[in-house]
Write a protein that binds this ligand. Structure first.
Ligand code: C2O
Ligand code: CU
Length: 474
């Protein structure tokens, strides 16, 4: 578009009203977010680089993770997705209470963008917090190949964590890759039904900011805010830092009452902001540990202390983040719905609906479906429920399977009200909640964002094989 604003107005004449003001805004250059093939040093040297699919700025090769997008609460995010992949794609801005048309849910809120095509995302990020963006088409392959990046929404007033001092922050995007000996991604397992029916496509290489065994440089005495994001498609990550206590100050982007913890558990797509005091000695190292299963804690990265003399240690307690703008759901007048999860290995799913027909488990498996929500195996054609705008939804997530599931709701943050009938503490907000095998998790939220919203398991192989549906706020 080379027309100046004035000549554009003159040329469009009476057509202006039909075009509307947003078209004028969009005529300004949009920063490009290019999705395309790239390569990255995922496995440690001397392994070769790994061919990946990644996001980059215009004319810049994509990186793992994708470029960090950073705005202030209330700002607009504007990106032109340019699809340099060989298959259609779309970008979802995970956790943002977003305008429905910008949600990036291919097949529901937009058509996937064809190879060579573009799509303009332009939305307000209303709430401060740690978010991320990722592909929302064939996520089980596209996210697993690297199409994800951090989206950080800063507090309107800079937060410092303690009076009179600056707290450094580090974004830590965690991921899990299934690699082969040559350093390439294990491609043959994309779409494997065995993984889908179990815990998903677990990897063998865990990375922090795109590299395995990353060393994060720190200085003795400083206080750090770590923004942890689990971008893995399947792996639940229990995390600790050896010798360092943590204070959790936000979950899924939203401030919590600061909570001292030994470890933090992140389901796929979940985030936590934690504060740690760097109490190690100059020149020392501290392992960042992941429970790789059954209490087998393995090092995935380290805090690498510089040799500089220690700063005076911070004595002040961790200052809470400002309370989020959020309306407590009123459970009395709530609309009650249930989401029944069924299927998977060691499950007893007799059958489910697919494309309007009822199929038995064997016929479903032949079509790649091994899970169901409310007896429907992941069709986008059926709405799960509808709720009037501004009403409270009380939703019971009933995990009737032998596997954990990280259930994600688009467009809203919800409160976890109860687990197995036990009331949960007040203001802990999530956009993704982990439901353990056989667990019943009750959540509630005010349905104040109109549109069609996806609800799905964020173990993306589960999503693809049946654990996905949508609801409508109207
Ligand atoms: Cu993070 Cu529907 O996705
Ligand atoms: Cu799942």
């Amino acid at each position: 578009m080379t027309l100046s604003r004035r000549s554009f107005l003159a040329a469009s004449g009476a057509g202006l009203c039909a075009l509307g003001v947003p078209s004028l805004a969009r005529a300004r250059a949009m920063p490009v977010l290019q999705a395309g093939p790239s390569s990255a040093q995922i496995a440690p040297l001397p392994y070769p680089v790994t061919p990946v699919w990644a996001y980059g700025a215009e004319g810049v090769r994509g990186t793992i993770p994708g470029p960090e997008i950073r705005v202030r609460a209330g700002d607009r995010v504007r990106r032109r997705l340019s699809n340099g992949l060989s298959q259609p794609t779309a970008v979802h801005w995970h956790g943002i209470r977003i305008d429905n048309a910008m949600d990036g849910a291919a097949g529901l809120t937009q058509d996937a963008v064809e190879p060579g095509g573009v799509f303009d995302y332009d939305f307000v990020a209303p709430d401060a917090g740690t978010y991320w963006y990722h592909s929302h088409n064939r996520g089980w392959e596209q996210v697993a190949r690297g199409l994800a990046g951090p989206l950080i929404v800063e507090e309107a007033e800079p937060w410092t964590g303690l009076e009179g001092a600056t707290t450094r922050e580090i974004t830590c995007m965690l991921d899990d890759w299934r690699m082969v000996e040559t350093g390439a991604i294990h491609e043959d397992s994309f779409g494997a039904l065995h993984d889908a029916a179990h815990g998903g496509r677990l990897g063998n290489t865990v990375t922090l900011n795109g590299t395995s065994d990353t060393a994060l440089p720190v200085r003795a005495g400083e206080r750090l805010r770590l923004r942890l994001i689990n971008a893995a498609t399947a792996r639940v990550m229990p995390l600790r830092i050896k010798g360092h206590a943590m204070t959790i100050i936000a979950r899924d982007g939203f401030a919590t009452v600061p909570e001292a913890a030994e470890q933090v558990v992140l389901a796929p797509a979940q985030r936590a902001d934690i504060v740690i005091d760097c109490t190690g000695a100059p020149g020392s190292r501290a392992d960042i540990l992941l429970d790789a299963g059954r209490g087998d804690w393995v090092r995935i990265a380290t805090l690498a202390y510089s040799g500089e003399a220690s700063l005076p240690p911070v004595e002040a307690p961790v200052r809470p983040l400002p309370e989020p703008a959020w309306r407590a759901p009123d459970l009395d007048g709530a609309q009650r719905e249930e989401l029944l999860m069924e299927g998977g290995a060691m499950g007893g799913m007799a059958g489910a609906m697919l494309d309007g027909a009822r199929l038995d488990a064997r016929a479903l498996a032949e079509k790649g479906k091994v899970w169901a929500f409310n007896g429907i195996a992941g069709g986008m054609d059926t709405r799960l429920f509808r709720i009037d705008r501004h009403r409270t939804m009380h939703l019971t997530l009933r995990n009737d399977t032998a596997w954990p599931h990280g259930i994600h709701l688009h467009g809203h943050h919800f409160q976890v009200v109860a687990r197995d009938g036990v009331a949960q503490p007040g203001r802990v907000l999530h956009d993704t909640v982990l439901a353990a095998p056989r667990e019943v998790v009750e959540i509630a939220f005010v349905a104040d964002n109109p549109g069609k919203w996806m609800i799905h398991c964020h173990m993306l192989e589960h999503q693809a094989s049946g654990m996905m549906g949508w609801f409508e706020v109207a």
